[in-house]
Design a protein around this ligand. Structure first.
Ligand code: NAP
Length: 255
């Protein structure tokens, strides 16, 4: 089968299209025929070998001297074409989508244990639409709904509002929870962030939102470029700071 492989850390030109062996699912795994995969910020981290990941996570997910997982791509959407003997949750023909922690999605086929993050794809979404929500909408929803427990009418600031996670966060905060949204992004993305529903937009190249005297009930750092101590004076008394850095959790290694 064809796959995009990464055998050493580096810039995008280390990626190669290669023929590799089609995987065979183990007893607790499914074999997925991928129809769409998406590259997100973490894929770039894994490919470049940037040392932003540390400790056990770095050893398990990224690799130390070379990429731990050869086939790139975290997010996938496709069809289950074979199931292992012990798998009861999925059947051949199920259309699924999900995310892995260490690659494998940029290949015609991938094998995944059913304890990984796989779900049945909603019927009204294409494979391409489904894969696009995995690395963006899911972390955004986890941050705003589960961690910050946002409520209508609150003042919410999204740092990195123009990114893969931030664009979903703005729409969820505004259109689902009806909050007052301030999006922080670069100059070229101001109009886009306004169009997504931000009531106010701050250009981070011109203004530091932590120093403008504004107070928010929720600050979601959707790019991980800030930290709680910088932001605490911009939070209301019971205000909550959430960052993408601490949202990793339920991705499970599948090797
Ligand atoms: N924990 C999780 O579950 C999870 C999942 C996926 C990703 N992540 C992590 O989340 C982070 C963001 O991912 P992403 O896919 O949204 O990345 P992305 O698409 O690259 O977006 C990052 C955005 O941040 C903006 N930005 C850059 N520097 C900034 C600054 N100093 N202040 C404010 N905004 C700034 C950029 O805005 P402009 O382009 O407008 O300049 C860009 O649109 C990455 O570090 C990624 O590894 C975490």
């Amino acid at each position: 089968m064809k796959a995009i492989v990464c055998e050493k850390f580096g810039t995008a030109d280390v990626l190669e299209l290669k023929d590799i062996e089609k995987p065979i699912p183990k007893d607790n795994e499914v074999l997925i025929r991928n129809y769409a995969s998406a590259m997100q910020a973490l894929d770039i981290t894994f490919r470049s070998g940037r040392k932003v990941l540390s400790g056990v996570f770095r050893i398990v997910a990224t690799g130390i001297r070379k990429p731990r997982k050869k086939v790139v791509g975290l997010d996938f959407s496709g069809e289950v074409v074979a199931v292992g003997r012990k798998v009861t949750q999925f059947n051949e023909g199920d259309q699924v989508y999900g995310g892995t922690m260490n690659g494998g999605a940029c290949a015609e086929y991938m094998r995944l244990p059913i304890n990984n993050r796989i779900a049945i794809k909603p019927k009204n979404m294409s494979f391409q639409e489904a894969v696009a929500v995995v690395g963006g909408a899911i972390p955004a929803l986890a941050a705003l709904k589960d961690k910050a427990q946002i409520q209508g009418g609150q003042k919410v600031l999204i740092n990195g509002a123009s990114g893969g996670i931030g664009t979903f966060a703005v729409q969820i905060a505004k259109k689902v929870y009806d909050t007052e949204v301030t999006g922080v992004c670069g100059t070229s993305n101001i109009d886009m962030v306004k169009d997504l529903g931000s009531d106010y937009v701050i250009d981070y190249t011109k203004e530091d939102f932590t120093k403008n005297g504004q107070i928010y009930d929720v600050i979601f750092d959707a790019v991980g470029k800030n930290n709680f101590s910088n932001c605490k004076n911009s939070l209301s008394q019971k205000g909550i700071y959430v960052t993408v850095d601490f949202l990793i959790p339920d991705y499970i290694d599948y090797n």
